[in-house]
Every structure is written in structure tokens, then in C-alpha cells.
Ligand binder design. Structure first.
Ligand SMILES: *Cc1c(COP(=O)(O)O)cnc(C)c1O
Length: 473
């Protein structure tokens, strides 16, 4: 090893490879072409006993992963809900690694601690959440749920004289979660991690618009008025981007002393736009909210945000210090609010994304993705043999492809829909994922990348049209 650290060759190789990847996205297949076998063959080799130059590690990494990297950073990737990365956010993410601060505590990284304070204030302002809410920058919405629901658990049990952080859950009153049946799987996992158990969640039937019905919720609340209850509301569900009616449901839940948590993994972002704000009317009265940076804000992965309207409950649930120990209010210690201890300075990329976009840029990002989703879904639905299942209200829509044979049944349409989606994926022109929605297979269309433009939309529609023209059973 040299005396002087030799960073330059490896970082320069990484820069060149990164640019080559990002600049090729417009003309390379969106799907990964390499097989599992091929990737294992190349990557899972015996660990070398001698070391090698850092830049060679990077070159071999790029060669060995070839064909195994999805084009999810580009503008023709419409699968699941996956955002790209803004240039400033990606570059800031590199700086985060170069600085290598431990963002557990102000003492280990003063600037990144203050960057998180700025992010918290900007995000609350943009998302229309109360100023006094506490926040945490987590690894994703999954851990934002864990953080917020740990605060809920603290508050609900404290009201019944139970100190859960000290005494655990054995012997504690059982907590239940009431939600529409459209809740995301990350809630299920949060209940497991928090010791509430998956059976704690009751998924009540959603109405035609995909929303939780007030009368059904009230009935459930009334059935067991003394049970500590969390009401989970959706701000943009995963299939159709449906929003529960916050203005009605939050006051209703509060009348029964429930804690209201909002899953707004991507949908909370619609609050920045004058076009969509009405969907979120009243959301600011909830008790906690969870959302993502790595989806619609287009920050690299490892970026979620939790907000809690009751900072004491949040702090009691997460803080290293017991709540009775006096606290230095001069600085915000991240480990008092986050589930992790050592962690990356994950606020830096969010800070950079928000600075690059500015308020108007965030609005343009949200509106632009919604416009693109609408053109994409209506463009595909206009093709022969296609059914419009859900016209996007925001950036999510559903279409279904009908088996052209006259005697075709629903199960044939299901198979045909999956076959068309796979054929589009195989074409490399665009990528969509599938879902089962109200018993039917659908192709799910999601747009959350700042790069998706009218040309990408036209190309994707043309790719679907070609598959429909050329494919026969
Ligand atoms: C993606 C998603 C989540 C989970 O978020 P992660 O960032 O993947 O942990 C939760 N809820 C909804 C509605 C989502 O779309």
C-alpha cells in the first residue's frame, strides 16, 4: 500500500463508467438481459487471495454486471413505483460516500446533522405538514412506518399507563390497526418488527374509488371502543394511487381516540401541486406520516421520511437516552429520532435534490409525471384489444389486454395480459409490471422519473402496439 491514498484512478473509472451507463439509457434495453446463471457464473467467483488495484475492481465489476443492470435510472421504466435520480442528488450521494460521515450524531458529522434539519423543515413545508412535527430520515418508507408506528405504540400505551419502551409488550393491551384492504406489505412487516403481529391489522373493504368508507370505519371503531387503535390511511395506494378522504376520516378516528398514520410513500408528494392538492385536504391533521425520497423525489435509494405530530412520543420510542434524562436542545441528535445508530448522511442527497429543483421544480416533476402517466395509459388503452382499467388520477394507471379469440374467458385475458407485458419487457423498449387488481390481471403503469418525456411515452406506446400486432397465441 502507498503512503498516500490512491483514490483518483478508482474514482475516475467510476465516473466514466457511470456516465457511460447513464448516457446509454436512451438506446439500450430497459430490461436486464443476463440470466441468473450467467450473473452467478461471473460474480460468485472464489474470493481472490491477493488484492488487486482499486480501478481494476471497478472495471471488473462493470464487466461482470453487464446485462444485469435494469434501466430503472432512465425514462422508459414504468414498473412498480421506482424513481430515477436527479443529477444533483446522485452527485451529492457520491459526496456523502466521499465524506463518509457517521450521521448518528452531531458530534460525528456536524454539517450533515444540520443538513438533515434543513431537509426536515423544507419537507414539512412542501408536503403541507405541521411545523411542530418531528421527523426522521430513514432508509425507506418501510422503516419510516416502523418509526412512526413505534411512536404510535408509545402514545397509545402510555395513555393506558403502560411504558412499552421499558416493559415491552408482554402483558400490554393489544393494539389494532384499521385500514382499507389496499394497504402496502411494508405495513405488515412493520407490525411484525414492532411486536404487534400481522393479525393486528384489519383490512376493511375499500369502496369503488379504492377508499376506506367512513361508515365501515366507524362501525369497526365502535365495535371495540376501548382497544388502542391505529387508523392507517392511504395517500396514494400502490395500484391506482387512491387517496382516503382525510377530511372525513381523520376527525372520525380522533373521536374514537385513535392514532392516524398516513402511508404516503409516493402519493404525499401530490400535495405540492395545485392540481392535486385537493386529494390531500385535511391530511395535516394526522398523527404521523411516512413517505419516500427514493421514489418520486428522485433521490438515490436509501431515502425515506417519517414525520410525527407528537415529538415526545417519537423521541420516547427512538431515543437512546431515556426521556427523563435532560436533553441538549442545541443540536438535533439523529439517533434520537431514527431506528438506526451508525448511518450514512442520507440527508445530503435529499438536500441536493430539493436545491436542484427548487419549489417550482418539485411541482413540475410531479405534474410532469402525472401528465406522462395519463398519456401513456390513454395511449395504450386506445390500441385495439385493450381495456382501460384505471385512468390515472395521479401517476398510476392500469390497463388490461383482451385475448382476441371470440370464446376467450377472463382467465384467458389474465394470461394474455401477462404475455403482452412480458413481450414488451423482452422488446427492451419499455418495462411495466403486473398486478392483480379486483381479481383481474392488469399491466400497471407508474411514472416517477424526471427524465420521462413525450418521446419516451410515444416509444412505449409504439412498443405495446407492435406486440399486439405481432403476437398470436
Ligand atoms: C413503496 C411503498 C412502500 C414501501 O416503501 P419503501 O421505500 O420501499 O420501503 C410503502 N407504501 C407504499 C404505498 C409504497 O408504494
Amino acid at each position: 500500500m502507498n503512503d498516500t491514498p490512491a483514490f483518483r484512478p478508482a474514482l475516475e473509472h467510476a465516473l466514466n463508467h457511470s456516465l457511460a451507463h447513464l448516457e446509454s439509457l436512451g438506446h439500450s434495453p430497459v430490461a436486464a438481459g443476463a440470466s441468473l446463471h450467467m450473473l452467478r457464473d461471473r460474480l460468485v467467483k472464489p474470493l481472490n487471495s491477493e488484492g488487486m488495484p482499486a480501478e481494476q475492481v471497478i472495471d471488473e465489476l462493470v464487466n461482470d454486471t453487464a446485462g444485469g443492470i435494469m434501466g430503472s435510472a432512465g425514462g422508459r421504466f414504468f414498473g412498480w413505483v421506482i424513481g430515477g435520480s436527479l443529477p444533483a442528488a446522485l452527485a451529492a450521494d457520491w459526496m456523502t460516500s466521499a465524506w463518509d460521515q457517521n450521521a448518528a450524531s452531531y458530534a460525528c458529522g456536524p454539517a450533515v446533522a444540520v443538513i438533515e434539519e434543513a431537509c426536515g423543515a423544507w419537507l414539512k413545508d412542501l408536503l403541507g405538514l405541521p411545523d411542530h412535527a418531528s421527523f426522521a430520515l430513514t432508509s425507506g418508507c418501510q422503516m419510516a412506518h416502523v418509526t412512526a408506528l413505534a411512536a404510535a405504540r408509545n402514545a397509545l400505551l402510555a395513555r393506558r399507563g403502560w411504558q412499552v419502551e421499558r416493559d415491552g409488550l408482554f402483558g400490554a393491551p393489544k393494539i389494532r390497526i384499521l385500514s382499507s384492504d389496499q394497504f402496502h406489505g411494508s405495513i405488515t412487516r412493520a407490525t411484525r418488527l414492532l411486536g404487534m403481529g400481522t393479525a393486528a391489522v384489519t383490512g376493511l373493504p375499500a369502496n369503488q374509488a379504492g377508499q376506506l368508507d367512513a361508515a365501515i370505519l366507524e362501525q369497526a371503531l365502535k365495535n371495540s371502543p376501548d382497544t388502542p387503535t391505529i387508523v392507517l390511511l392511504q395517500a396514494g395506494d400502490l395500484n391506482i394511487g387512491a387517496y382516503d378522504c382525510f377530511a372525513d376520516l381523520i376527525p372520525l378516528a380522533h373521536r374514537y381516540n385513535a392514532w392516524v398514520h398516513v402511508d404516503g410513500a409516493f402519493g404525499l408528494w401530490a400535495n405540492v401541486s395545485a392540481r392535486y392538492q385537493h386529494l390531500l385536504a385535511g391530511v395535516e391533521h394526522a398523527d404521523s406520516w411516512a413517505t419516500d425520497g427514493h421514489k418520486w423525489l428522485n433521490v438515490p435509494y436509501d431515502s425515506g421520511f417519517a414525520f410525527v405530530a407528537h415529538p415526545e412520543a417519537h423521541r420516547n420510542a427512538m431515543s437512546y437516552e431515556a426521556s427523563y434524562i435532560s436533553h441538549n436542545d442545541q443540536v438535533r441528535e439523529q439517533k434520537d429520532w431514527n431506528p438506526d445508530w451508525s448511518r450514512r448522511g442520507r440527508g445530503v442527497a435529499t438536500y441536493a435534490a430539493l436545491r436542484q429543483l427548487g419549489r417550482q421544480g418539485v411541482v413540475a416533476l410531479i405534474d410532469g409525471c402525472c401528465d406522462a402517466a395519463h398519456s401513456l395509459v390513454t395511449g395504450i388503452a386506445a390500441l385495439p384489444g385493450t381495456e382501460l382499467v384505471w385512468e390515472p388520477q395521479i401517476n398510476q394507471g392500469l390497463v388490461r389486454f383482451l385475448d382476441p379469440r371470440p370464446e376467450a374467458a377472463e382467465s384467458d385475458h389474465d394470461r394474455w395480459t401477462d404475455a403482452v407485458t412480458s413481450a414488451v419487457l423482452a422488446s427492451g423498449e419499455a418495462l411495466f409490471s403486473n398486478t392483480t387488481w379486483r381479481g383481474k390481471r392488469c399491466m400497471r403503469v407508474s411514472v416517477c422519473n424526471w427524465q420521462t418525456n413525450a418521446q419516451d411515452v410515444a416509444r412505449a406506446v409504439a412498443a405495446v402496439a407492435r406486440v399486439l400486432r405481432e403476437r398470436t397465441l
